[in-house]
Design a protein around this ligand. Structure first.
Ligand code: BG6
Length: 507
């Protein structure tokens, strides 16, 4: 049977089937996908965990997830949802599981997608044992149903561990069978960065160091570290949890050269070029170009050290701000200001491309100001009517694009006032974009790796983050600041704008 045959059965095995990700994201996404024809494929879901559980109890647990419309969508696929217990660290247990999932397929040739929603330390051994048990195998030309493995983030905790994991995976599978997920790439607005840049030719001539003064990328969250997450988060921190993956992927899409096609390899080749061109800062540079902090107690919110499960002597950051640089012809010298924090006042993810000011200001100049005073006031942003052009791409929660510019204020005087063009995805398309996991699972089923990460992209991202983290931990180059929960983070982060107009956006 080949992909796309009318009767093809696609078996999705979720390792970590009793986990939060499976219940909150994966199964609702599969239920929603199953409503649409999948190229003739029929989906079967098998949740796998160590504890014993009946199919019915598993279905009841999944169905109970409170999300609008989920119960109805789930009921339609419930008969195809099963639960089997197995231990991914035990070969005999996986051999038994293999017989069980083969039996569930009823003797049909299946395509099989194994989703590793497991503790990251188990990824390498799980892939090895999945292969030894025959649940997956390296692709063979005579194969009639595919075998693919999706690996959740974090993919490694530094360059060395990511490299070791890549090696372990590539020992048993071909690269095209491995789908390393970064759910940001499943977001419509993140994909639209490509569409927006490479469909609208008017931006290309100004998308470079000659016209762009700086690029800001923010991932701001109001949530703190939720109960049950400290075991993962404490010791991981904001740099590794969000900046290394989601933010560097967004940066790569903003900064990459146009690919020759939308082919997965063409696209990923261009992204990896950007990630490799990130200037690796030495400890002295890290001290000048990074700020780390953690939230302390705020109005009605506890501080990070009081969260359940956080070590008393923790030095984990919940906030990171970086001034990154891309050493290539297009971007050399343009600061990429990256900021991510938990327990900030507002949840939003946004990209801002700030263009250079005109070389000479003809408008809005107070008549009695000297040239020097005027230049200083401009630079400090003291003249609020004189603002640079800024292109703002809102990724979430509202999916928007805005372009700010100046227009002449009506009246006898030549005074320019700020104005903006605005686009809102939901107003234009009457609907919220689909969930990121739905899109990514659909692509995984179809074998389209465009929105998944290649091994070299991940390693290039870690190389950059390792340089920052080593300077933090080994050279003590950067103090760990504290900010009250519910505020915008430490004032020290404002200094990363040195030499540039403006400051951090507040969404
Ligand atoms: C996850 C991180 O990868 O992304 C979380 O582990 C973070 O800590 C989340 O909250 C943010 O994702 P989103 O889609 O809510 O922006």
């Amino acid at each position: 049977m080949t992909q796309g045959d009318a009767t093809q059965l696609v078996q999705i095995l979720i390792f970590g089937g009793r986990g939060d990700l499976a219940r909150r994201k994966l199964v609702p996404a599969i239920a929603s996908l199953a409503r649409r024809p999948q190229g003739g494929a029929q989906l079967q879901v098998v949740g796998i965990g160590r504890s014993g559980m009946s199919d019915d109890a598993f279905r009841a647990w999944l169905r109970g997830f409170p999300q609008q419309g989920h119960a109805e969508a789930f009921d339609a696929i419930a008969p195809q949802v099963h639960y089997r217990s197995a231990d991914v660290q035990d070969l005999a247990s996986l051999a038994k599981l293999r017989a069980e999932v083969d039996a569930l397929a009823g003797g049909a040739e299946v395509a099989r997608l194994c989703y590793l929603a497991l503790e990251p330390r188990l990824f390498a051994s799980a892939v090895t044992l999945l292969s030894e048990s025959g649940i997956v195998h390296r692709h063979r030309s005579e194969d009639r149903g595919y075998r693919r493995v999706i690996i959740e983030k974090p993919f490694g905790h530094d360059l060395a561990s990511a490299h070791a994991l890549n090696e372990a995976v590539q020992r048993v599978l071909n690269e095209h069978q491995v789908l390393r997920i970064d759910h940001y790439l499943g977001k419509e607005t993140v994909q639209n960065l490509l569409g927006f840049r490479f469909h609208n030719a008017i931006f290309e001539p100004v998308w470079n160091r000659h016209h762009v003064e700086l690029v800001q990328i923010t991932v701001a969250e109001t949530l703190g570290v939720e109960e049950g997450r400290a075991a993962y988060y404490d010791g991981t921190g904001a740099l590794r949890d969000v900046l290394q993956n989601h933010m560097l992927q967004v940066l790569a899409l903003v900064a990459m050269e146009p690919p020759a096609s939308l082919d997965a390899e063409a696209l990923r080749n261009q992204k990896v070029e950007v990630l490799r061109a990130l200037r690796l800062p030495d400890p002295e540079e890290v001290a000048r170009s990074s700020v780390r902090a953690r939230y302390g107690p705020g109005a009605a919110q506890r501080g990070y050290l009081d969260e359940v499960g956080v070590a008393e002597d923790s030095t984990t950051e919940t906030y990171v701000a970086l001034r990154a640089e891309i050493n290539n012809w297009r971007w050399r010298g343009v600061p990429f200001l990256l900021r991510h924090g938990k327990r900030l006042p507002k949840r939003f993810t946004e990209v801002q491309v700030q263009f250079r000011m005109p070389p000479l200001q003809l408008f809005n100049r107070p008549p009695d100001m000297s040239d020097a005073e005027f230049d200083r006031a401009l630079h400090n942003g003291a003249l609020c009517l004189i603002r640079p052009n800024v292109l703002t791409i809102g990724i979430q929660p509202r999916e928007t694009i805005g372009l700010s510019f100046g227009v002449k204020q009506p009246g006898p005087e030549m005074i320019m006032a700020p104005a903006a063009l605005a686009f809102d995805y939901r107003e234009r398309f009457d609907d919220a974009p689909p969930d990121a996991y739905e899109r990514l699972l659909q692509d995984a089923i179809a074998g389209d790796a465009t929105l998944f990460l290649r091994s070299d992209e991940i390693e290039a991202s870690w190389r950059y983050c390792d340089a920052v983290r080593t300077a933090w931990s080994e050279h003590g180059a950067v103090p760990l600041h504290e900010y009250p929960a519910g505020t915008w983070g430490p004032a020290a982060a404002d200094e990363l704008f040195r030499g540039c107009e403006g400051g951090w956006t507040r969404g």
